[in-house]
Design a protein around this ligand. Structure first.
Ligand SMILES: [Zn+2]
Ligand SMILES: [Zn+2]
Ligand SMILES: [Zn+2]
Length: 424
């Protein structure tokens, strides 16, 4: 039919595919970015978006998928093998929505149009809605709860119950260890089958090459630069000078957004949010007795499933609710020792008192969305990059805005954003 467009959705491993058609007259399709607790905790990312399947299309085949009833009205369906979120099912009228990152297209520009942010209320701090305010020069509406029916709120909105920053900052008292001070954030998926403790940085022994977030892999000289021969602790941010000036201690883990094809296909959503955490800062218990375990990841955590998405990348997701949990990239470093290098942890799982950006433990890199050139929707990723830079400008000097330190960066990298008027 000339007056309809066929769209195909697929999970990463290809065991689930679905083709449906939408009337050409409905293009571009209006999409909303949902920041609700359930979206974040079932996806591991900071917002999700779905495309409504119009009536008259065939029912999707759910046989290779796991169903998760995430609320009294919705069931989420994700691939049992690779974890990709495929569908949202409204049980009342049995209509389906398709996760927008699963579309098998080179680009969704002109096919979808991101209109608004919904359920910002759940984020406490505005979440990722503060990172994207405009797309294609159009301002996104910002709803506290449902679109059209709830209050619209400004960019700088904070939940009235969000504690002041001073109350969420981790204590650093001399003579006490991080364990004694309980300096951690609990991170968990929606069903709570996966849960772990992320501790304040302790990077002294970890070592890792640079990720694409900091050294874009497609730059001509990236291969050599990203090796990080100087052993810059790029993952430890906001170094505070200790009282006696003896050494600098990082206070935050680096976090950033990724638009790569592999993350998108594994999660089902366009943009994923990662914290780069040394595995020495992750434990299974709040007493810090059960350290991180790789290969397999914590076999006692029975809902955690692994999927090898490339030769160098192992991903982990919750087999009950589908949440993306880890992306473990082999960047060529030594990971088998007791310190184990770095692992990417899905930020949507962090349950921080300060809100979903977890600014009391994370510093966000505002100068690039990782693999922006692989984005499915150029408008969205451009809006994010511009929005993150504007966010960094508004919050200049705050510890949760990441800056790069190290000899290479200070000298000649145009991406370096030097701290101005900072708190140090
Ligand atoms: Zn699959
Ligand atoms: Zn789960
Ligand atoms: Zn990625």
């Amino acid at each position: 039919m000339a007056d309809s467009k066929e769209l195909t959705s697929s999970c990463f491993c290809g065991r689930s595919t679905y083709t449906f058609s939408v009337p050409t007259s409905s293009l571009p399709l209006d999409l909303r970015l949902c920041s609700c607790d359930i979206s974040r905790r079932t996806s591991g990312t900071l917002f999700t978006s779905y495309i409504t399947v119009p009536a008259g299309n065939p029912e999707p085949d759910l046989s290779t998928l796991t169903a998760y009833e995430s609320s009294s009205i919705l069931t989420r369906h994700f691939c049992s093998t690779c974890g990709t979120h495929m569908f949202l099912e409204y049980r009342a009228d049995e209509h389906f929505e398709v996760a927008s990152g699963t579309l098998q297209l080179e680009s969704t520009d002109g096919i979808v149009d991101y209109k608004d942010h919904i359920w910002i209320e759940d984020t406490l701090d505005g979440g990722a809605s503060q990172f994207v305010t405009h797309i294609n020069d159009k301002c996104l509406s910002r709803y506290l709860r449902k679109a059209g029916e709830s209050e619209q709120i400004p960019v700088e909105w904070n939940h009235p119950s969000r504690p002041p920053a001073s109350e969420t900052e981790f204590k650093k008292e001399e003579g006490y260890t991080a364990v004694e001070l309980r300096n951690y954030i609990y991170a968990h998926c929606h069903c709570r089958g996966v849960g772990m403790y992320i501790w304040v940085p302790n990077h002294e022994l970890a070592t890792s090459p640079y990720p694409d977030l900091l050294i874009p892999f497609n730059l001509p000289d990236a291969e050599e630069k990203r090796q990080n021969h100087e052993d810059v602790k790029w993952f430890g941010q906001s170094r505070k000078q200790y009282k006696d000036n003896a050494y600098m201690q990082p206070t935050r883990h680096l976090a950033g957004l990724c638009a790569c094809k592999s993350c998108r296909r594994a999660s089902g959503f366009e943009i994923t949010a990662w914290a780069f955490v040394p595995t020495s800062c992750i434990t299974l218990d709040g007493g810090s007795n059960v350290g991180f375990q790789r290969k397999p990841f914590w076999p006692d955590m029975t809902t955690l499933k692994e999927y090898r998405s490339s030769e160098a990348t192992t991903r982990a997701f919750c087999g009950t609710c589908g949440a993306t949990v880890f992306c473990d990239v082999d960047r060529g470093e030594q990971k088998d020792g007791p310190w184990g290098g770095i692992i990417d942890v899905a930020v949507g799982l962090f349950a921080s008192k300060s809100g979903t950006r977890a600014e009391n433990m994370l510093a966000w890199w505002p100068n690039r969305v990782s693999f922006a050139e692989e984005a499915l929707n150029k408008g969205l990723v451009k809006g994010l990059e511009e929005g993150m830079r504007a966010w960094a400008e508004r919050n200049k000097g705050e510890d949760y805005v990441a800056v790069m330190e190290g000899p290479e960066w200070e000298k000649d990298n145009p991406m370096v954003q030097k701290r101005v008027g900072g708190s140090e």
